[in-house]
Design a protein around this ligand. Sequence first.
Ligand code: SF4
Length: 471
Amino acid sequence: MAQTLYEKVFDRHVVRQLPSGQAQLLMGLHLLHEVTSPQAFAMLRERKLKVMFPERTFATVDHIVPTHTKLRPYQDAMAEEMMQSLEKSVKEFGIRFFSPSANENGVVHIVGPERGLTQPGMTICCGDSHTATHGAFGALAFGIGTSQIRDVLATQTLAMDKLKVRRIEVSGKLRPGVYAKDVILYIIQKLGVNGGVGFAYEYAGDLFDRMSMDERMTVCNMSIEGGARCGYVNPDQTTYQYLKGREYAPQGAAWDRALAHWDSVRSDPGAKYDDVVRFKAEDIAPIVTWGITPAQSVAIGEVVPAAETFAASERDSVREAYAYMDFKAGQPIEGTKIDVAFIGSCTNGRLSDFEEVVKVLQAGKLKVQPSVRALVVPGSVAVRNDMIARGWDKVFSDAGFMFREAGCSMCLAMNPDKLQGREMCASSSNRNFKGRQGSPQGRTLLMSPIMVAAAAVSGKVADARKVFNIA
Ligand code: SF4
């Protein structure tokens, strides 16, 4: 019978059915970082358990790492404690650690793929919401909580419910100045932040077929923001070309065997889906959020919508968003003054994200407005080194951006990069929840990296297509 990738990969990893009705699922890869793992390791020690498959377990450090200095000990005592705790645990349990001291660290969802750890047909988990990123490779990737991290460390398995699968087809070509970030913000705007609850999202159609792996990662990364437990793209030649030669990718005869396996996990023609939705790429414009959820967004030429245009169940959240963001219905999003610009995060902290911005900065010779604090934060040390080798650090510095060390930085602000007071931030990250960027009153406008750059050089939300003459 024709099956989806989700069904195939899920079924192939079932260890047994549990009395609860859930399946016990083998996890092919477990990624760890400093924030959610210390308690899980403590629980393991309490019960005198070992890590069952240290060779399938990898760690890095991302949330707490300062991006203005590499000096240890960290000034924040709690950050230093988390770092030391992870260093101790990886040593004790024999886990490979991509550490700052070895210049191998980065956001966990950037480090895994760039090392070749993330592969098609895998089950992957990590104690972080944006683990869905890895679905870009045709993997089933789940964010998990601390007690589940403990379970996976001890058993390499997770108790999971089977999800429904929604196929999201986007056909046609994006207009110039529209990027993968706009595509996923558009999908979330249309389907809502709870639209994906109970679903895995399969992204399909010729738009995704043409996307690079970086772009697919941007899309899958935000599946969770649309309520989906995970999201994926079927693996293809783009996936295989990305993986070939990477450190943990199969080599030699194992590569050929892997290719046959990876081809076999693709969704079959004729597979049945629980739901199918279709969008046209040419309908998508650069998107900016105006509210406090990633679905509260408009195209750049549009105005903040009236509460009456939303379902009755959403109107309270809309009014809360107006009050928090200080917006009124009918107000154009374009022209909104910003204080901070942030380009980075596991959504948009990869080489190609910065490449687009470098191109327009070099062509336009524009500078960041003096009133704007602008940060460029590579998603990993590898990305950062690549950028320096290409001279992009200088391009950004010359344009008035601060070029920083790798890390999560201002995406969640569990490090010194924080908004102050009511600052308004144009951000390439993935969440615009209240207080997300470090100030309890801080405000976040999500958008693509190129739109962040346009805001930085304009001092206000602007249409990057006009600012940079993108046609
Ligand atoms: S970049 Fe942001 S979303 Fe991604 S792992 Fe770090 S804090 Fe989480």
